[in-house]
Design a protein around this ligand. Structure first.
Ligand SMILES: Cc1cc2nc3c(=O)[nH]c(=O)nc-3n(C[C@H](O)[C@H](O)[C@H](O)COP(=O)(O)OP(=O)(O)OC[C@H]3O[C@@H](n4cnc5c(N)ncnc54)[C@H](O)[C@@H]3O)c2cc1C
Length: 389
């Protein structure tokens, strides 16, 4: 795997990761592959929250609306995916169904056409691999696309992965690399002394570590409150559904302003998704389901004949400025945060794991700075070590 065995690093000894979603598991795997001693705790099942609810799209050009650190982060992660998956599969076995066969961002009317064309122009100018398609070109790329489509941005290098298989592979790889995996283990308290976090109190006893990384998704804000730190991470529910294949398979991911369709290698099509502010409730509502189904139908008329398979909900971890949070918490020692990935945690998991592991090895935070937790903390909000007791 060409990982350098860490001889001496910034964080010595044991790393404890709280939260066994895609972010926590990817970091555990990366650290273990670099020779670190890692424990990861998860209150429920591995990946049982947002990470298994996701559609699995890997689509930074579709998702991010301007050039800048977030798009760079997404592109770096997308480009790192093939090698990451190859190495992971070599350890864990199986196939996580990575498919980078393109994505269409489809305009159904002139207003959307203008907005997407402007997006295409800045993406092209920035050197990204995007194409502007019109007329017959649209069905040449995706025969199942509606003939009502006016135009589309085609990004041939984007795609999707089976995020549930990916989670399973990460758990297997972590196990093989010697990670101490504890599921069904609820963290109720962060143990700290004089500004230094020493571990956690859990439903199955205390766990001590030299460094603790919080990767608890939509619950990260709650966990920060245990330290009197206010970092705003809130849950945004996504309701999403799967339908059967519709004869000939969809070639590309189709994304539009009212919904998206992600073709899976097993023939299912995952369609989504709502964005609801509903606290920590993740059930599917009738209006949510209707919104999802009606939102996808205009793009692929053949979907009318598809069989409905299932629907589910998940809680995206959202931040106040839409960017993820990575790195140390000002005023505290031996603790850091990796979270707030909102709609893109599957995409960003690889780069998050690599940049966090680099920082934990070297102490150099430069590549985390645009995403530092400190951006949410005013001077008065930074915890004072003596207050921590
Ligand atoms: C409907 C939907 C569609 C999506 N589609 C995509 C997509 O196509 N592409 C993409 O890149 N992203 C997508 N996302 C976003 C992606 O799913 C999230 O950004 C990502 O899963 C966040 O990962 P996480 O590990 O931070 O959070 P989670 O997966 O929620 O993991 C956090 C874990 O922490 C655990 N935890 C919390 N509190 C405690 C505690 N006290 N003790 C122990 N454990 C605790 C939780 O049980 C949970 O398992 C989608 C999300 C949704 C909901």
């Amino acid at each position: 795997m060409n990982k350098v065995q860490a001889k001496e690093s910034f964080v010595m000894g044991k790393v404890l990761i709280v939260g066994g979603g895609i972010i926590g598991l990817s970091l555990a795997y990366e650290l273990a592959a670099r020779g670190k001693t890692v424990t990861i705790v998860e209150q429920g099942d591995w990946g049982g929250q947002a990470s298994s609810a996701a559609a699995g799209m890997l689509a930074p050009l579709k998702e991010f609306q301007s050039v800048g650190p977030l798009l760079d982060l997404g592109m770096e992660s997308l480009q790192s995916y093939p090698r990451w998956v190859e190495e992971l599969q070599a350890i864990a076995g199986g196939d996580v169904q990575l498919s980078l066969e393109g994505l269409l961002t489809v305009a159904l009317d002139e207003e959307e056409e203008e907005a997407f064309y402007n997006k295409y122009l800045w993406q092209k100018k920035a050197g990204h691999d995007v194409h502007w398609l019109q007329g017959k070109e649209l069905q040449e790329v995706e025969p199942l696309l509606t003939d009502q489509a006016v135009a589309a941005i085609y990004s041939p290098g984007e795609g999707h992965i089976n995020n549930r298989f990916l989670l399973r592979a990460l758990v297997t790889a972590c196990r093989k690399l010697g990670v101490d995996l504890r599921s069904g283990c609820v963290v109720s308290k962060l143990l700290h002394h004089a500004g230094c976090v020493e571990g956690v109190e859990t439903s199955s006893g205390r766990i001590y570590a030299d460094h603790t990384v919080i990767c608890s998704g939509a619950w990260a804000g709650i966990m920060m409150q245990m330290l009197d730190v206010s970092i705003p991470v809130r849950p945004v529910r996504g309701q999403i559904a799967a339908v059967s294949s519709i004869g000939i398979p969809l070639r590309t991911v189709i994304f539009g302003s009212s919904g998206y369709l992600t073709p899976k290698k097993d023939g299912r099509i995952v369609i989504g998704a709502t964005e609801d502010e509903s606290g920590f409730q993740r059930e599917v509502t009738l209006s949510g389901l209707a919104h999802v189904l009606q939102g996808a139908l205009p793009y692929v008329p053949a979907l009318h004949a598809a069989a409905f398979l299932e629907a589910w909900g998940g809680l995206r971890p959202a931040t106040a400025d839409g960017k993820p949070i990575m790195g140390e918490i000002p005023g505290l020692r031996c603790i850091s945060l990796a979270g707030g990935h909102f709609r893109n945690g599957i995409l960003l998991s690889v780069v998050t794991a690599k940049r966090m592991a680099d920082w934990l090895e070297t102490g150099n935070q430069e590549r985390l700075m645009p995403f530092s937790p400190g951006r949410f903390l005013t001077d008065t909000a930074v915890p004072v070590p003596s207050k921590m007791g």
